[in-house]
Design a binder for this molecule. Structure first.
Ligand SMILES: *[C@@H]1O[C@H](CO)[C@@H](O)[C@H](O)[C@H]1NC(C)=O
Ligand SMILES: *[C@@H]1O[C@H](CO)[C@@H](O)[C@H](O)[C@H]1NC(C)=O
Length: 496
């Protein structure tokens, strides 16, 4: 796959920096060289084994595996004795994707600037020579935010792990008969993610049993079926997954209102970012006036994209120290905080339709039923964006610090819990798992496959009615029309 994409930019400097210290006998030395060559070859074959230490600071461009350590059996939980899972709602961000046009243009500008103005020749550091001699600007505008192959793998692997944890909920029959619903944002990266997720389900089922593949069967009726032989089932639903763009109060009050995100702009021109800019221009041998904050960020993004898309340790990564990366990460977090999360209450309220949809689904799944009643919908898969997950997380009150991040308090925010790198990496997910228990239904919440507590509740597996009590004000309110249009709707809480 790598060979089909130009501009691999592998670092020769990597081998140099690993040279053993001190004198060595000839045979030991040869042996080490050979071993180093084998390691490098393996690294190349596996797509580059080394990961830059700044990879945990890429914000929404962070790889899932750098932010999260998956692999738990999510189904087992302390306090779950005598309980069995009856429903899973999964809200999932699309997987790894190409840059969008805006960033591709910035990368293009940066690339031209460095190629024309940065010093070449033997005096330049190895990574800069590597950029000049081996790196080519290979991003083209038609890539615009599309899911990449690694992004398909992100979703396939997540699906497989979920089948391992919840084999009784994620069944082939469930998908075929519509008991597992798949809703997605209309953006191609999300639709592709919905397909990749189902590929992962099929792979897990093929692995565990003989099971026949669906596709031409009757199961796809009622929902919009797309895709080829696999018979993907999904329903495009922007009202749920992209409700923010239909929320006038949000669009006018935040998205297109520069004042609402002024902390980001202030930080962009503040002392911390100015220092990063000075350091980066020195390393590149450029006049600092030529290197705008946007171009500094573009260099950071190249490092993140080459790692996420191609598993490469790009020479561009050598430009940044850990401290530089933390400053740029903070700039991204400021944007997510003020534009998508706690910064303005309308950010969270713009996702009321999704909030109500999730709780209505859980209500139905937890309703008492006689043995003769039809079993509840086993799973609801909802595929969207970081812009879908962050507002929902804010409504739920997760990852909320006491002090909001601003342009002025970078130094006091090092221990903040609001870090996009951990909350919304590629393929980020929120899992709501409803259990049938002796004293009634209980609800478990997992964020990126780690248990998370609902605010104010002390148990990992609280009674569902206690969770409902926590969100009573939103369950009774959170009226999309009222919040977004400033007037009440005729029927409260209706899904649009
Ligand atoms: C995970 O736990 C559930 C419930 O205890 C069990 O049914 C399932 O087989 C387990 N999965 C794996 C891979 O161990
Ligand atoms: C823009 O944002 C500021 C700060 O949040 C707010 O005071 C102002 O009312 C907003 N403007 C509009 C048109 O909503």
């Amino acid at each position: 796959m790598e060979a089909s994409v130009p501009g691999t930019g592998l670092l020769r400097a990597d081998t140099g920096s690993r040279a053993a210290p001190g004198p060595l006998s000839g045979s030991v030395h040869r042996h080490r060289l050979l071993r180093a060559a084998v390691v490098l070859l393996l690294a190349r074959l596996c797509g580059g084994a080394s990961v830059p230490d700044i990879a945990v600071h890429f914000g929404t461009k962070t790889r899932y595996e750098d932010a999260v350590r998956p692999g738990l059996n999510l189904s087992s939980s302390p306090g779950a004795e005598g309980c069995s899972p009856v429903h899973l709602t999964a809200v999932i961000r699309h997987g790894t994707r190409f840059p969008t046009v805006k960033n591709i243009r910035r990368i293009e500008r940066l690339s031209r600037l460095v190629q024309s103005r940065s010093p070449r020749g033997p005096g330049a550091p190895a990574w800069l020579r590597d950029i000049h001699e081996h790196w080519r600007q290979w991003y083209t505008e038609d890539m615009d935010g599309q899911l990449v192959e690694k992004g398909r793998a992100d979703l396939r692997n997540l699906a497989t792990r979920l089948v391992d944890s919840f084999p009784a909920l994620l069944t082939e029959a469930g998908l075929r008969t519509g008991g597992i619903s798949v809703k997605t944002s209309s953006k191609h990266r999300c639709v592709s993610s919905a397909e990749a997720f189902q590929d992962g389900l099929h792979r897990a089922w093929d692995r565990t049993g003989p099971g026949t593949r669906p596709g031409t069967g009757p199961g796809t009726t009622g929902t919009q079926a797309a895709g080829g032989e696999q018979g993907y089932v999904h329903e495009v639903d922007d009202v749920l997954m992209r409700s923010f763009e239909r929320c006038r109060g949000y669009v006018e009050g935040v998205e297109t209102n520069a004042t609402a995100t002024e902390e980001v702009e202030r930080f962009k021109h503040g002392p911390e970012l100015r220092q990063v800019r000075t350091r980066i221009s020195e390393r590149l041998g450029l006049d600092p006036d030529l290197l705008t904050p946007d171009l500094v960020e573009a260099a950071f993004f190249i490092c993140s994209y080459e790692l996420a898309i191609k598993s490469l340790y790009s020479p561009w990564c050598r430009l940044f120290t850990k401290e530089d990366a933390k400053v740029l990460e903070y700039k991204g977090d400021l944007k997510q905080f003020w534009k998508r999360s706690y910064g303005h209450s309308i950010n969270g309220l713009s996702t009321c339709p999704l909030f109500h949809h999730i709780f209505r689904t859980l209500d139905k799944a937890g309703r008492p039923r006689r043995a003769t009643d039809t079993p509840p919908e086993p799973a609801s898969i909802l595929i969207g964006h970081a812009e879908t997950l962050l507002p929902l997380i804010s409504l739920l009150g997760l990852y909320k610090d006491k002090t909001p991040p601003t342009a002025a308090n970078y130094q006091s925010q090092h221990g903040r819990v609001f870090r996009s790198s951990f909350i919304v990496p590629y393929a980020a997910n929120l899992l709501f798992v409803l259990y049938d228990c002796p004293r009634g239904p209980r609800l478990r919440l997992l964020a990126n496959e780690s248990p998370v507590r609902f605010p104010g509740l002390t148990q990992d597996l609280p009674l569902y009615r206690d969770v409902r009590a926590t969100y009573r004000h939103l369950l009774d309110g959170c009226d999309f029309y009222k919040e977004c249009e400033g007037r009440p709707s005729r029927a409260p809480n209706t899904e649009l």
